[in-house]
Design a protein around this ligand. Structure first.
Ligand SMILES: *[C@@H]1O[C@H](CO)[C@@H](O)[C@H](O)[C@H]1NC(C)=O
Ligand SMILES: *[C@@H]1O[C@H](CO)[C@@H](O)[C@H](O)[C@H]1NC(C)=O
Ligand SMILES: *[C@@H]1O[C@H](CO)[C@@H](O)[C@H](O)[C@H]1NC(C)=O
Ligand SMILES: *[C@@H]1O[C@H](CO)[C@@H](O)[C@H](O)[C@H]1NC(C)=O
Length: 341
């Protein structure tokens, strides 16, 4: 009865296979030192496919087609809540990409790093690249007024995050969300590959050294910059109550950059402008940072004026003066200002 024999053999093989499968499932949950399980794992069974790690995936898609460079901005709830005339800082920031020259395609390379759920949800709603930073129980949602303890903590978290990104091999163009993008900065930054860092300054005046501003900078991923960010982040332990920018300034002033052999360029305020020192040339201006300003409502008000100055310039090509930044100027005397928490 060959047929019957074959069929029962097939049956036996099927049962054996099923049993092996069951054994595999059973043993594969045991430790690798278990000899049977080790043996069974040598059988050619496809490895389980784990979902790609989230930050890795989002960096990869944001950097695609942009020379391995990702544009990073940090957002918290205070940046996505309405201030004044129904505007949010994030709206204004994104609006500048719409009004800017050659800036719309750059949104494909922008990664918004949210420090809380509200900011993350708003980012998702905008259909941008979004990542929710692990903030380990620290509340980073409310407005962090310049130099408050929360502000300092948030800035250190940011440094740590950027170090992580550099370690993963991505170059970074970091921008604060109170920076308007009026032209494509990549065409104004040097693409000299041996420049490790290009950083904005509050003023072109270098009499007292470069007044670096960590609200806008480009950094290439290499061993020197990874060492710099590592050192920078470690220094927070010796620098209570000092903001990260001052610590970096100190590393620069004490020759740590030279020690690492870092090549640094300082961006010119004619192109990379700010409220501390306005660009004299609307024909060259690339970004405008609401630096020298204490709080969000003042920044939103004065940056809205910048955007309307820019629109007039685009329409007329008359190189006019910027509107004054009165709200930011007086924000320092705003002793009654209570940030939203
Ligand atoms: C990438 O870098 C090269 C060389 O620096 C440059 O010519 C090119 O325009 C860059 N591409 C993008 C998309 O930035
Ligand atoms: C690139 O930058 C390095 C370091 O600043 C400099 O020595 C070199 O001359 C630059 N190369 C070009 C082509 O500008
Ligand atoms: C900034 O750029 C302007 C215009 O190109 C130039 O005249 C000025 O010397 C530059 N300043 C510095 C500090 O490089
Ligand atoms: C750092 O240096 C090591 C060894 O010299 C090299 O293999 C590695 O690719 C470098 N990493 C980066 C990010 O440049």
């Amino acid at each position: 009865m060959p047929l019957c024999n074959d069929s029962s053999r097939n049956h036996a093989v099927a049962v054996a296979l099923l049993f092996t499968g069951a054994l595999y499932i059973f043993f594969s949950t045991r430790s690798n030192s278990d000899t049977i399980s080790t043996h069974l794992q040598n059988i050619n069974i496809p490895q389980p496919v784990f979902p790609q790690e989230e930050l890795g995936a989002v960096l990869e898609s944001a950097a695609a087609g942009n020379n391995n460079t990702v544009i990073i901005a940090l957002v918290n709830r205070a940046y996505v809540e309405e201030v004044g005339e129904g505007r949010t800082m994030l709206d204004l920031f994104l609006g500048s990409f719409w009004e800017g020259e050659g800036t719309i395609p750059l949104l494909d390379h922008l990664l918004l790093v949210a420090t809380d759920q509200t900011a993350y949800d708003r980012c998702r709603f905008r259909k941008l690249h979004c990542y929710k930073m692990d903030t380990k129980g620290v509340d980073l949602a409310g407005e962090k007024v310049f130099m408050s303890a929360g502000f300092i903590e948030m800035m250190w978290r940011r440094t740590h995050f950027l170090l992580d990104v550099l370690r993963r091999g991505y170059h970074i163009l970091f921008t604060d969300t109170d920076v308007l993008w009026l032209r494509n900065p990549f065409s104004r930054l040097s693409n000299n590959g041996s420049l490790d860092m290009q950083i904005s300054v509050d003023s072109n005046n270098v009499e007292a050294g470069h007044l670096i501003n960590t609200g806008f900078f480009h950094v290439r991923s290499n061993n020197k910059t990874i060492s710099l960010f590592h050192k920078w982040y470690d220094m927070r332990l010796n620098s209570p109550g000092v903001k990260e920018q001052d610590v970096l300034q100190k590393l620069l002033a004490t020759g740590f950059f030279d020690q690492l052999g870092l090549n640094v360029a300082f961006l010119n305020t004619t192109q990379f402008s700010g409220f501390c020192e306005d660009s004299p040339d609307m024909g060259a201006v690339t970004t405008v940072h609401a630096n020298c300003c204490r709080h969000i409502p003042a920044k939103v008000f004065d940056l809205t004026l910048v955007l309307s100055d820019w629109k007039s310039y685009k329409a007329s090509h008359v190189n006019d003066k910027w509107s004054p930044h009165h709200k930011c100027g007086s924000s320092w005397k705003d002793n009654h200002y209570v940030p939203k928490t």
